[in-house]
Design a protein around this ligand. Structure first.
Ligand code: ARG
Length: 456
C-alpha cells in the first residue's frame, strides 16, 4: 500500500525497509498522549479560525472514539503502520473523512512526537515518584522498629564503628529523596511545549502555541522552533536520574544480598522474595535483589545509548531520534519493575538483631571510642590513637576483647584509665553518645524519620 506521504515518491517502500523504519511496535504506548496533543491542536486550529469549527468538532469526537476503542481493545493497533501518529491520523480520516485530513494543518510529526514524549514522560515520572514514596514508607517501617538495634558500621567492608540498623537504612532513604528531587527537576525543564514548532521553522498560520501549551498543562512553550523539535535533553536528564536511582537500588540490593548470607545473617528475607536452587536443597537465594542489581546495567546502557544517539546528529529532526523511545521506555519499564518488588521486599525482611550485635561485639569497633576517652582526658588524639592501637594488638595477641581487658592492663598502657572506661566502650553508649548532628544516636534517627515523613 502506498504511504500517506506518497507524492514526491510513489510511496512504495521495500518490505524490510518498511519494517525497519516503523516505530509503532514501541511508540503505540503513547496513543493517549498522541490523542491528547491532537485534541489540543484541533481546538486551537478552530479557535484561531484556521479550520472550521464543524471540522474540529468532528475531529474531537472522532479522536475521543478512537481513544475509547483503543482503551477497550476494540480497535487493534495496525502494526503495519509507520508509527502511532500515522496510525491515529489514518484511522481518524477513515472514520470522519475529509475533516480528518485537516488535523495536520500547522503541525508536523516532528513537533507531534516531541510533545507526545514529553507528555508521556511527565505521566510516567509521576508514577515513578509515587513508587519511590512507597519505597520510603517501606524503609521507614523498618527504621522505626530498629532505632536501638546495634550493628557494625563498615568502611572497606571492615567493621568500623557501631551504628544502629535504623541509621543505616535511613542513609538509603536520603538517597531516594534526592532521586525524587532529580526526577521532579527533570520534569520541570521538560514541561515546555514543542507543539507548533512544526517541522523545524514554525508555520505561516497564525497559531496560538500558548493556548495548546496551557491546555496540555505545560508551563510554557519552547522558544526556539528548531530546539523544540530537536531537543531530547529531557530524556537524557530523566535517564540520568533513573540511572542514579538504579545505582542506589543496586547498592541497597548488594547489602541485602550480603546480609542474608550465612556469613552475615543480619536479615532473613521473606520467602516470597527468594527462590530455591534446582539442585541444592538448602538454598534460599536473594534473586530479586540480585536482579535489581543486574538490571541497573540495563538502565546505564539506556542512558549511554541515548547520549550516543544524540551526539552526532545535526539540527533539526533526524530519524536517529526515533531511537530515543526504546531507551527511555526500557528504562521506565525496568525502574518500575524494580520499584514494584523492592519496597515489599524491604518491608517484609526480618532483621536479626542478635546476629548484628554479635558481629558488632567482634572486631574492636569501639576502638575509636577508647581513643576518644583518652583524648577527652587531655591526651592529644594522635597519641591516644597510638596507645589504643597497642592495646588492640595486645588483645589480639592474648585472644581477648576490649570489654574484657582488666583495668590494671589498661593502666599499664596509660595510667589515666579509670573504672568508667567500661561504660565508655559499651556499644550501646558508643551509639547513644554519638550526639553530633546526623550521627547514629536515637534522637537523630527520630529527626531523620520526621524529615522523611514530611518529605513523603
Ligand atoms: N516515528 C517518528 C519518531 O519517533 C516520528 C517522527 C517522524 N518524523 C519524520 N519527519 N520522519 O521519531
Amino acid at each position: 500500500m502506498a504511504k500517506m506521504w506518497a507524492g514526491r515518491t510513489d510511496g512504495q517502500v521495500d518490505k524490510h525497509a518498511d519494517d525497519f523504519n516503523s516505530s509503532i511496535h514501541f511508540d503505540s504506548r503513547m496513543f493517549r498522549q498522541d490523542i491528547q496533543g491532537s485534541m489540543a491542536h484541533a481546538t486551537m486550529l478552530a479557535a484561531k479560525g484556521i479550520i472550521e469549527k464543524e471540522d474540529t468538532d468532528k475531529i474531537l469526537q472522532g479522536l475521543e472514539e478512537i481513544l475509547r476503542d483503543l482503551e477497550s481493545g476494540t480497535l487493534p493497533i495496525d502494526f503495519a503502520a509507520e508509527d502511532i501518529h500515522m496510525f491515529i491520523e489514518a484511522e481518524l480520516t477513515k472514520r470522519i473523512g475529509d475533516a480528518g485530513k485537516k488535523l495536520h494543518t500547522a503541525r508536523s510529526r516532528n513537533d507531534q512526537v516531541a510533545v507526545d514524549i514529553r507528555l508521556y514522560l511527565r505521566d510516567e515520572a509521576q508514577g515513578v515518584t509515587e513508587m519511590l514514596q512507597a519505597l520510603l514508607k517501606a524503609i521507614l517501617s523498618q527504621a522505626e522498629q530498629h532505632k536501638e538495634t546495634i550493628m557494625p558500621g563498615y568502611t572497606h567492608l571492615q567493621r568500623a564503628q557501631p551504628i544502629t540498623f535504623a541509621h543505616h537504612l535511613l542513609a538509603y532513604a536520603m538517597m531516594f529523596t534526592r532521586d525524587m528531587g532529580r526526577i521532579q527537576d527533570a520534569v520541570k525543564r521538560m514541561n515546555y511545549s514543542p507543539l507548533g514548532c512544526c517541522a523545524l521553522a514554525g508555520t505561516t498560520y497564525n497559531t496560538d502555541r500558548m493556548m495548546t501549551a496551557s491546555a496540555l498543562g505545560f508551563d510554557g512553550i519552547c522558544l526556539n522552533s528548531i530546539d523544540g523539535v530537536s531537543d531530547r535533553d529531557f530524556c537524557v536528564e530523566l535517564l540520568s536520574a533513573f540511572a542514579t536511582l538504579m545505582m542506589h537500588l543496586s547498592r541497597f540490593s548488594e547489602e541485602v544480598i550480603l546480609w542474608s548470607s550465612w556469613e552475615f545473617k543480619f536479615i532473613e528475607l521473606d520467602d516470597s522474595y527468594t527462590t530455591g536452587s534446582s539442585i541444592m536443597p538448602q538454598k534460599k537465594n536473594p534473586d530479586i535483589a540480585e536482579l535489581v542489581r543486574g538490571k541497573t546495567g540495563r538502565v546505564y546502557g539506556d542512558l549511554m545509548g541515548m547520549l550516543t544517539v544524540l551526539k552526532g546528529i545535526p539540527l533539526a529532526y533526524n530519524k536517529d531520534m526515533q531511537e530515543d523511545k526504546e531507551s527511555i521506555f526500557d528504562a521506565i519499564d525496568t525502574v518500575k519493575q524494580c520499584l514494584t518488588v523492592f519496597p515489599p521486599m524491604i518491608a517484609t525482611m526480618k532483621a536479626i538483631p542478635e546476629n548484628m550485635l554479635r558481629a558488632a561485639q567482634k572486631g574492636f569497633i569501639n576502638a575509636t571510642d577508647l581513643a576518644d576517652y583518652l583524648a577527652k582526658k587531655g591526651i592529644p588524639f594522635r597519641a591516644a590513637y597510638k596507645t589504643v592501637g597497642q592495646i588492640v594488638a595486645y588483645c589480639i595477641a592474648n585472644n581477648t576483647v576490649l570489654e574484657e581487658l582488666p583495668l590494671s592492663v589498661y593502666q599499664s598502657f596509660e595510667p589515666q584509665f579509670e573504672e568508667d572506661i567500661y561504660d565508655a566502650i559499651d556499644l550501646k553508649n558508643c551509639v547513644e553518645t554519638r550526639i553530633s548532628a546526623g550521627g547514629t544516636n536515637q534522637a537523630s534517627a527520630e529527626e531523620q524519620i520526621k524529615y522523611i515523613k514530611q518529605f513523603i
